[in-house]
Design a binder for this molecule. Structure first.
Ligand code: WQD
Length: 342
């Protein structure tokens, strides 16, 4: 009997790639998405990749009654991967209540719908919980530092909600995955990152500059205490990240965990500077990038990259795709978008 996995936010960037990898691993993904930050056409794209159209439910998890009714009706869900949340750092600073309400109400409604029922629950967390780590690479037992933004705080508090819920109620089996920087696109170039408006993140800004949608990229500072002065991050291919979610589901199915709340870093273990990412893009695509050096961006940490040893040893997962593949796939997706308007 194929196992049904609920993917909330399943038409989003990471969600859509995870739906594909779940299906490839023999699961039946079903999607809830309110389409507040994604496009329904992604469902068609997923179908083109896996020749299967996942069941899609369009409602807001902040609606307690709808969420409760949906879960009560779907008795055969074996696991949940919860992506649905707002995630723009800058926007969260302008609209903190919007972020707290959306990200916490949706999570709590989903958890409450499983009161007294066993559930395997994978949560989309973030390396932002570490702030600027004192030791690099940063491991899961590093101290969580005060978030730089309401968005980062929603991830920190969500982890506390999950940890305390797992502590109090043994029917919840929970894994939090702390992502580093997800980039790139599916090898088919049929799904990828779809930023709404001007991209905040580096790689979509690079590809939109390269395709001529943006005049130039501004590098946010090159006077950090790093080898070339620009910030360092742990960029991870979105397909590798998607596969980590399948590994987390399998971990919980194995029932080998001695605790019903576990946290894993999902990164490559390698840091790359902004200037190194630009060089990788130019060298792997042959496209020269127009960029200038600008001021530092408020809230940026100088450098962070993850220690992924625990994920390798316990989840049996390691990232396989390198920076050049991340850049090439992101570029192929940008070219696809130019010829196929969403
Ligand atoms: C990366 C580097 C920028 C744009 C964000 C979220 C984090 C996580 C990953 C979800 C930084 C520099 C960027 C530009 C630039 N998301 N940059 N010019 O801020 O590390 O992390 O995505 O979990 O929560 O905060 O990613 O891509 O915005 O920035 O120089 O036009 O690129 O200063 O050093 P970030 P990013």
């Amino acid at each position: 009997m194929l196992k049904k996995i609920l993917v909330t936010g399943g038409t989003g960037f990471i969600g859509s790639h995870t739906v594909v990898e779940l299906y490839n691993a023999g699961y039946i993904p079903i999607i809830i998405d309110n389409l507040s930050n994604s496009n329904i056409k992604i469902l068609d794209q997923i179908e083109k990749i896996i020749a299967y159209r996942p069941q899609f439910y369009n409602f807001d998890l902040c609606d307690e009654a709808k969420t409760k009714a949906f879960i009560a009706q779907q008795q055969d869900i074996e696991g949940i991967i919860h992506f649905a949340a707002y995630k723009a750092v800058g926007e969260s600073v302008e609209k903190p209540l919007h972020y707290y309400k959306n990200n916490f109400f949706s999570l709590i409604n989903l958890l409450e719908a499983y009161k007294n029922k066993p559930v395997n629950f994978v949560f989309s967390s973030s390396c932002t919980v570490y702030g600027q780590p004192e030791v690099l690479p940063v491991s899961e037992n590093a101290k969580v530092q005060k978030a730089e933004s309401p968005y980062g705080n929603t991830k920190q508090v969500a982890e506390e909600i999950l940890s305390e819920t797992a502590q109090a109620h043994k029917n919840y089996n929970i894994v939090s995955l702390r992502y580093f920087n997800p980039v790139g696109a599916h090898a088919t170039a049929l799904i990828g990152e779809l930023p709404i408006g001007v991209p905040q993140n580096l790689v979509p800004f690079i590809t939109q500059t390269a395709i001529g949608k943006r005049e130039k990229l501004t590098v946010h500072g090159n006077t950090y205490h790093t080898p070339d002065g620009s910030c360092i991050r742990d960029y991870i291919h979105v397909v590798d990240l998607a596969k980590a979610h399948v590994a987390a589901i399998k971990r919980m199915e194995s029932k080998q965990a001695t605790c019903n709340y576990e946290v894993f870093n999902i990164g490559t273990g390698t840091g790359s500077s902004v200037l190194e990412v630009i060089a990788a893009f130019e060298n792997s695509t042959g496209v020269k990038l127009n960029y200038t050096i600008g001021d530092k961006r408020a809230g940026d940490v100088a450098q962070i990259w993850g220690d992924a040893t625990k994920s390798s040893e316990i989840l049996g997962w390691t990232a396989e795709l390198g920076l050049n593949t991340m850049m090439q796939s992101a570029w192929e997706w940008e070219k696809y978008l130019k010829n196929n308007a969403f």
